[in-house]
Each structure stands twice: as structure tokens, then as C-alpha cells.
Design a binder for this molecule. Structure first.
Ligand SMILES: Nc1ncnc2c1ncn2[C@@H]1O[C@H](COP(=O)(O)OP(=O)(O)OP(=O)(O)O)[C@@H](O)[C@H]1O
Ligand SMILES: O=C(CO)[C@H](O)[C@H](O)COP(=O)(O)O
Length: 407
């Protein structure tokens, strides 16, 4: 296959791809050294980019700092990259692949966060999976021992030589050096699958996208942006489904927060996935975060906020909040069905939410407005991803007993 075709078929895995020119000039050297720029260089760069953002820079990790480890699980094409951009944006700085390294790296570095993609722990490359007739979702195609050793080492503050799975070529490239960050986010198919890795995680998030919506998003991306046919998208979803059900989906039981995305109940038979019903399922009784609530903690509340303060055209917005159980565990559920007409009016809804971990009145609305070009910004996916991002900050602060100044 030609490189251009390969590129078109490759999932992004969280990283904005550099130009073909930059890629073709890259020589796959063994273990490219990815030295982090100095504190001064980073502060200078940030100050130049945006004066106000530079205030947020706490940067260099002291030797005794704790590394907080966050896990994000979801199937491919379920919005992990978009979610990561929202979460890392809360900590300031622009996440970038390691400078001067492999242009097909899946890693994203910013001042406080490092996001690593668990596809890098595929033990079988694309050919190997084909030969053995296993999908990338099958645990037999993952190197869990190495994943565990490296996440553990990073949590202990030690650098690692992490492999790179190249989505363009389907091969395993030479490793890249990853330094211990303040916040390590591991995102991918199996962050909670192996008990040893699962035990290293301080906060676990699962993106649970229903089949109908997953299909609608895949069509949107893979047909419009990658030139795939409807039949091939259907076939790829069907081929992955048994392994998804067996190995990926069961991990959601272990998550602390689940963002569940379903078709709307406001419009009968809406199949395009344009209007969404989104549920934020939050485990109760956890030490490191408090669940969000609407109006009155522990009550059951149904609320249609459309009125004088919130503009709603058809089909409007319906909110729900209440206690529930999830795989036998006590949870609170916050739900939003419908979409915003005017994003700035979200402030009205925000003012009725409590325990959001926002540091000032309107922080959620501000984040949503800042990221208004991201998919899902006018509905519950964007709202709940932003809230979960604030929870990541709260978890970090509770573990390290350090304050993050809001951007
Ligand atoms: N909240 C959303 N609302 C609407 N569409 C969305 C949303 N999130 C993601 N999408 C759609 O799904 C596609 C995949 O999103 P994204 O690249 O963030 O997923 P991903 O899980 O990182 O994918 P992959 O693992 O395949 O790289 C986007 O191009 C967009 O079309
Ligand atoms: O599920 C996936 C990503 O989360 C991919 O399918 C998996 O990593 C294999 O990638 P490729 O299709 O590029 O060989």
C-alpha cells in the first residue's frame, strides 16, 4: 500500500500528525533520545505563547513528587483524543509529541501531563496479528508485562524506553524515552485489564459509547475524512465486536467515572447521532474525588432548564440527577439529553451544579467556550468530559497536596 493510503487509514491515537515531509526526513534511529527542554526554555516558550498561561507552569518534578496515574479506557474512535485535549488543556500548555523524536510517536507531552497510548504495547504488529488471526483488542496481542513494568517505573519517577506502535506502517518502531511526569495518563483499549496495571491507577475513566453512536461517529470520520466505504466500516465494526464485548467493555465495571453516550430520548428514531443523551456515572465513597450533584445531593431531580435564562430550540434539553447502582456499586448519575443553542448560557446550568471541582464561578463554561471547536462541545459529551478533567485536577491535588493554579 502507498504511504498516503496508509496514512489515511491510520487512527490518530491522540496525536496531531506532522507533515509527510517531516515524516520522510525522519530516520528511525534506535531509542531516540527525547531530552525535555530546560525549565527556562519552557517558561520562555509559554510566556511567549500566552502570558496568562505561563502563570500555570509549576513544571519540573521534584524527586520526591508523587506521579499521579490516570487511566482512560475506550474503543478506538470513541473520542479519546478529543477527551485528552480537554483534560490536558485544563493544566495549560499545548500537548505535543516528543520534540525531535519519531514523528509517528503516539505520545503527547505538556508541562504537567504525559499521555501515552497503550497501542504502543501491542506485542504483535499488524502482520503478526494477521498471521495469528487475532484482533488488536485481543489480550494475546498486548505486552502486559512490559506495560506493567513501565507504568510502575514511571510511577516511581524513573524514565523508561517505551516502544512505539506505528499506525502508519503497522510496525513496532524503535522505542522512545519517556520521563516521569507529574500526571501520567495511559489511554487505550486495555488500561484496567491487567490487575497489576489496574492497581497502579489513581483514577479510572471509561468512555462507553453505544453501538449506534459509535457507528454514526465512525461513518462521520472514516467516510468523510478517510475515504472508507460504508460496507468496510460496517465490516470492521462487526469484526471487532466479539473481542470488544469479551475484553474491552467489561473493564467499565472497574472505572471511577463512566461517560455513557446514548441516542437521545427527546426525538423518536433519531439515528444520526446528532442529538445525544449523555450520562456521567460517578462511583460514590471514593477518597480522591466527590461526585457532582444537581440542586440537592442524593435527591432525584428531573430538570428542563429551558426558559428565560437558557435558549432552547427543538428538541430542548432535559437534565436528570439521582442515585443508582452500577454493577453492584453505589453511584450518582448526572444526565443531559439534548444540546445547547448558545454555549455561553451554560453558565446558568453550571450555577446549579455543585462539587464540580471548578476553582471559580464559570470555570466549566470558560473551558467549554475555549474548546468550542472540539466535537461534542454543544452537548453532554463536552460538558462531562470537562467536568471529568476538573476531577483529574482534584485527584492530583488530593494526592500531592499541591495546588494547581487554574489557567
Ligand atoms: N463528542 C463527540 N461528538 C460528536 N462526534 C465525536 C465526539 N467525539 C468524537 N467524535 C467523532 O469521533 C471521531 C473520533 O474521535 P477521536 O479521534 O477523539 O477518537 P479516538 O478514540 O481518539 O480515536 P482513535 O483511537 O481511533 O484515534 C471524531 O473524528 C469525531 O468525528
Ligand atoms: O484499536 C486500535 C487503536 O485503539 C487499533 O485498531 C489498533 O491499535 C491497531 O491499529 P492499526 O489498525 O493501525 O494496525
Amino acid at each position: 500500500m502507498q504511504t498516503a493510503q496508509l496514512k489515511a487509514a491510520a487512527p490518530a491515537c491522540g496525536v496531531a500528525r506532522p507533515s509527510m515531509a517531516a515524516r520522510s526526513s525522519f530516520k528511525a534511529a534506535p531509542a531516540p533520545s527525547v531530552a525535555r527542554p530546560s525549565f527556562a526554555r519552557r517558561v520562555q516558550k509559554l510566556q511567549k505563547a500566552a502570558g496568562v498561561q505561563a502563570r500555570n507552569v509549576v513544571v519540573v518534578r521534584a524527586a520526591d513528587d508523587k506521579v499521579v496515574v490516570i487511566g482512560l479506557a475506550a474503543d478506538s474512535g470513541c473520542g479519546k483524543s478529543t477527551f485528552m485535549r480537554r483534560v490536558t488543556g485544563i493544566f495549560g500548555g499545548e500537548p505535543k509529541p516528543p520534540a525531535g523524536g519519531n514523528p509517528d510517536s503516539n505520545t503527547l507531552l505538556s508541562d504537567m501531563t504525559t499521555v501515552i497510548c497503550l497501542d504502543d504495547y501491542h506485542s504483535l504488529d499488524r502482520n503478526g496479528r494477521k498471521e495469528k488471526a487475532v484482533t488488536a483488542l485481543d489480550p494475546r496481542a498486548q505486552h502486559f508485562d512490559l506495560m506493567y513494568e513501565q507504568v510502575k517505573a514511571l510511577k516511581e519517577g524513573k524514565p523508561v524506553q517505551k516502544p512505539i506502535y506505528n499506525h502508519v506502517t503497522g510496525l513496532l518502531d524503535p522505542p522512545e524515552e519517556i520521563q516521569a511526569p507529574k500526571i501520567l495518563i495511559i489511554e487505550g483499549l486495555h488500561p484496567f485489564f491487567d490487575d497489576r496495571v489496574n492497581d497502579l491507577l489513581d483514577f479510572k475513566i471509561y468512555l462507553d459509547i453505544s453501538d449506534e453512536i459509535k457507528f454514526a461517529w465512525k461513518i462521520q470520520r472514516d467516510m468523510a475524512e478517510r475515504g472508507h466505504s460504508l460496507e468496510s466500516i460496517k465490516a470492521s465494526i462487526e469484526a471487532r465486536k466479539p473481542d470488544f464485548d469479551a475484553f474491552i467493555d467489561p473493564q467499565k465495571k472497574k472505572a471511577d467515572m463512566i461517560i455513557q453516550v446514548l441516542p437521545t430520548q427527546l426525538v423518536p428514531d433519531e439515528k444520526e447521532g446528532k442529538i445525544l443523551r449523555v450520562r456521567l456515572i460517578m462511583k460514590e465513597g471514593k477518597k480522591l474525588f466527590d461526585p457532582v450533584y444537581l440542586f440537592d445531593q442524593g435527591s432525584t431531580v428531573s430538570w428542563i432548564p429551558c426558559g428565560r435564562k437558557l435558549t432552547c430550540t427543538f428538541p430542548g434539553i432535559k437534565m436528570f440527577y439521582g442515585p443508582d447502582t452500577y454493577y453492584g456499586e453505589e453511584v450518582s448519575v448526572l444526565e443531559m439529553d439534548g444540546q445547547f443553542d448558545k454555549l455561553e448560557e451554560l453558565i446558568y446550568m453550571e450555577s446549579h451544579l455543585s462539587n464540580t471541582s471548578a476553582k471559580f464561578y464559570g470555570e466549566i463554561t470558560q473551558q467549554m467556550l475555549k474548546n468550542s471547536s472540539f466535537p461534542g462541545s454543544n452537548n453532554g459529551t463536552g460538558l462531562f468530559q470537562t467536568i471529568v478533567g476538573l476531577k483529574v485536577r482534584e485527584v492530583y491535588e488530593r494526592i500531592t497536596e499541591k495546588e494547581v493554579v487554574p489557567v
